[in-house]
Design a protein around this ligand. Structure first.
Ligand SMILES: NC(=O)c1ccc[n+]([C@@H]2O[C@H](COP(=O)([O-])OP(=O)(O)OC[C@H]3O[C@@H](n4cnc5c(N)ncnc54)[C@H](O)[C@@H]3O)[C@@H](O)[C@H]2O)c1
Length: 293
């Protein structure tokens, strides 16, 4: 029993990936807070766990409200005597070109996908520090954080979650809390909404195929693993590399525009990065890569 005597909170646990994470955690022996803004679905997940002999309570608080995010964590401490793990999973998405998006949509997705992760993570970290037994936070990011068409705002929230993970892993090591992020791919409601996602994600890519990675990161076997972004698409499991300061790093007392132009013309042209998850070659380099066509 990988998570025996552990108490774990899973946000967005009413359906999809969160439901699978909650049920797998309970099967691994954890007491679980199954949170979802949809109260019926949160209760359904908690009931499934209890029917199978596990320990679970439902929470219908929204991660977007700092007070409610505190309440999700407080419920875990009150019911189960502490908190050992948090899966920051609640999330939303939509597809739109930037010129089609509305500020209301943008705000809502940032509220859930980024502020929700920060508020719930802050509350969990505070409780874990007070509990004095360390812990493990697993943030759910996305391969979209590398850049995807029509997913700019969603990608930005997930990229921010990756940055948060690296930073929090630095901050929390000394208090014994590990912070990692997972980029999943699974056939859920989020995928059903998008023709492109459906093409990349057949029905056999079930949420249960991603859950073992999250259980590993919550459990004792992953001691010493922190600050990592790990992608599981069902069949594939890999680490996602971090952004880094790329050599050559040119030096001048002051950079004027002419020098910047020369740096690009003479040096950086050869070092430009392909961009997006699709690894699109920058226009300036295409004469080299598409020359034969
Ligand atoms: N499905 C994929 O292939 C995929 C790929 C990359 C990342 N993700 C991420 O995985 C996570 C789970 O996605 P999913 O595919 O299971 O989606 P889903 O839509 O099936 O489930 C998300 C759940 O989060 C809940 N939720 C939304 N707002 C909330 C709030 N304010 N407070 C609490 N709960 C809230 C929803 O009610 C829903 O039950 C998300 O963060 C998503 O961005 C999914």
């Amino acid at each position: 029993m990988l998570l025996e005597h552990k108490a774990v909170v899973v946000t967005g646990a009413g359906r999809g990936l969160g439901e699978a994470f909650a049920i797998h955690a309970a099967q691994a022996g954890a007491a679980v807070v199954a949170n979802d803004i949809d109260a019926d679905l949160a209760e359904r997940t908690a009931a499934i766990i209890r029917e199978h002999g596990g320990r679970a309570v439902a929470s219908s608080d929204s991660v977007t409200d700092p007070g409610q995010a505190n309440a999700i964590i407080d419920l875990c401490v009150a019911e189960f005597g502490g908190i050992d793990g948090l899966v920051n999973n609640a999330g939303l998405n939509y597809e739109a070109y930037p010129w089609e998006e509305s500020p209301e949509q943008v705000k809502e997705i940032v509220d859930v996908n980024l502020l929700g992760v920060i508020y719930t993570g802050m509350a969990a970290a505070r409780a874990m520090v007070e509990g004095g037994r360390g812990g493990s936070i697993v943030n759910i990011s996305s391969g979209a954080s590398l850049g995807q068409r029509k997913l700019g705002t969603y990608a930005a929230t997930k990229g921010a979650v990756a940055s948060l993970t690296y930073s929090w892993a630095l901050d929390m090591e000394e208090v014994g809390i590990r912070v990692n992020a997972v980029c999943p791919l699974a056939h859920t409601r989020m995928v059903w909404k998008s023709e492109r996602s459906l093409r990349n994600c057949p029905p056999d890519r079930t949420p249960s195929r991603v859950a073992p990675l999250v259980m590993y990161l919550l459990g004792p076997g992953s001691q010493g693993i922190t600050g990592q972004l790990i992608r599981c698409t069902g069949p594939q499991l890999h680490i996602v590399g971090h952004p880094y300061l790329k050599a050559p790093i040119l030096e001048r007392q002051v950079w004027d525009t002419n020098d910047v132009q020369r740096a690009f013309d003479e040096v950086f042209s050869a070092h430009l990065e392909p961009y997006g998850l699709e690894k699109r070659v920058p226009p300036r380099l295409r004469k080299w890569t598409e020359g034969a066509a």
